[in-house]
Design a protein around this ligand. Structure first.
Ligand code: SAM
Length: 243
């Protein structure tokens, strides 16, 4: 397995990812706003707009962390719907649950500690599955895409929001400079943790580009797979259906 520039084993990667999110959980939301200049909110809003969510639906927000998407889904599925906020990391789930409860979101959200590679749900359970800035942290991405396919209802859709490959070479260079030089320093300044943000930059560079991820989704069984580049391809939203 590639982990940044050095090779590490599967167990080791899972341990490193756990450390990163244990370490950043409490500062996660503020760091997201600072590092993306608030733009992550627009990327997430676009994801909700493309999800086809309606009242009464059942939604899984896997690698949902502190629950930004879950909050929006919860409002839209209404009292007859249900949203499952699932994450491998209990510290992130705890921060998410406290935040959502403080905002009065209680009735239609469940919290489940789960690994995206082996989802603990029955076949054909969810109308919509989202994984936002999560797939890149998963050790076996293909296995996770297959696991999500299994628990998706026929007619349901998966949305993958993730860092991707900037389309313009100039933007790509500026972005590399930002990720490898500015980000770790900001992580040190705000969260007192440069290493986690160094990991972030490295994991973004290692993540499959737009076409590769599309191919992986097709291989897992998704149909009509498309993607939209957001902010010049810094981020992409992939969509696929289970028919
Ligand atoms: N979706 C949220 C958002 O967009 O703000 C959180 C994204 S955060 C960058 C990545 C999350 O992925 C972390 O909360 C981490 O614990 C979770 N994660 C990492 N590996 C995972 C796995 N194998 N299964 C489930 N969640 C995982």
């Amino acid at each position: 397995i590639d982990f940044g520039y050095k090779q590490v084993g599967k167990e080791e990667k899972q341990g490193l990812v756990a450390n990163v999110f244990n370490s950043v959980a409490k500062k996660y939301d503020v760091m997201n706003d600072v590092m993306s200049f608030g733009i992550h909110r627009l990327w997430k809003r676009y994801t909700i707009d493309c999800s086809g969510v309606r009242a009464g639906m059942k939604v899984l927000d896997i690698a949902g962390g502190t629950g930004d998407l879950t909050e929006q889904f919860s409002r839209r599925v209404g009292p007859k719907g249900e949203v499952v906020l699932a994450d491998i990391n209990q510290a992130m789930l705890d921060v998410g649950r406290d935040k959502l409860r403080n905002r009065g979101i209680v009735a239609n959200v469940d919290y489940v500690q789960a690994n995206a590679e082996e989802l603990p749900f029955a076949d054909d359970t969810f109308d919509i599955i989202t994984i936002a800035f999560g797939l890149r942290n998963v050790t076996d991405k293909q296995k996770a895409l297959e696991s999500m396919f299994r628990v998706l209802k026929p007619g349901g859709r998966l949305l993958v929001l993730e860092f991707s490959k900037p389309v313009q070479p100039m933007l790509s260079q500026a972005y590399d400079f930002y990720s490898f030089n500015v980000l770790p320093k900001m992580g040190q300044l705000i969260a007192g943790d440069a290493d986690s943000y160094q990991y972030l930059a490295e994991s973004i560079r290692m993540h499959p580009d737009q076409e590769t991820l599309k191919g992986m989704m097709e291989q897992a069984g998704y149909e009509n797979v498309t993607f939209d580049n957001l902010t010049g391809g810094i981020v992409a939203l992939h969509r696929g259906f289970k028919f």
